[in-house]
Ligand binder design. Sequence first.
Ligand code: UDP
Length: 348
Amino acid sequence: MEKTRILVTGGTGYIGSHTVVELINAGYEPIIIDNLSNSNIDVLEGIKAITGVAPIFENIDCKDYTSLDRFFEKYPDIKAIINFAASKAVGESVEKPLLYYRNNLLSLINLVELMRKYKIDNFVFSSSCTVYGQADELPVTENTPIKPATSPYGSTKQMSETILSDSVNAYPNMKCILLRYFNPIGAHPSAEIGELPNGIPNNLLPYVTQTAAGIRERLRVFGNDYDTPDGSCIRDYINVVDLAKAHVNAVQRLVEQKNKKSIEIFNLGTGRGVSVLEIIRTFEKATGVNVPYEIAPRRDGDITQVWADSSLANTELGWKAETSLEETLLSAWNWEMRLKEKREAASK
Ligand code: UDP
């Protein structure tokens, strides 16, 4: 039987690559497009090592309407699109807002226009808990009010949600699932794929693993005077493979027409808030490796605490975060060690 083809834009990126693996495991045929602006072509080998399948890959920039049009002409039988192609560094977005609006919004508009042209009905979008800002009540449900964005990156996520919501209103066949991720961390348990931060990491986990590996001298804990039990910020850290599996459920729901509304929103988190200091302690316990750290001033724009109510995803998507924090942190460490092996092999 023919496999159902799913376009994964940004499919060589961190969450994209893990999703490609889970799509293959679930019997789909993912096709990747990526412009490799923040990812590496070697990721394809990692995907093959895990699944035995080398997915179709096309080096295309989603901002380029003409190339994208040609792509859809070449692969006419795509049943759904999962859109990961976007820039995601909050700090960079403040410095280069137009780059973020261009990358994130133009790509999305091109994709939706071409979905209409090529009669593709189903769209899954990578959104973020950043749309909630510092919520007045925790945990955050899908009905928690959206707060004004605090960065151009956050604005692009809010605007993208609006673009999709207006599009499904206007175009009767179009169906969309917005997935609001909390803090994705960890790597595939095989250590064949994982996060590849560009330069000095902004996010906590890659900074932790690089410090543990001796690449960075010391982790800075941004603030220990917040109104939380240990004074450090609290987030909901979600295992990247668990997160990837939610995309498979979302695609299935759309392709099998089990969605209840033309646009649906799901929070993807564990439901548990964990502080920065707890992450350090749990990492040390899980790996036996020390993480040197110091307390540093608060980071601009950080919210104090956020965690998800994912019960809607549990009941409607049939999805649940399953991997323990210890296991997730260990997977991140194993991936860091794999990267070290690769660097050493390359320098020989
Ligand atoms: N953080 C930290 N040191 C770092 C990087 C991050 O203390 O080097 C903290 C940050 O202040 C926040 C949490 O770790 O409380 C998660 O930050 P990250 O940038 O990974 O995700 P965010 O929730 O900000 O999107």
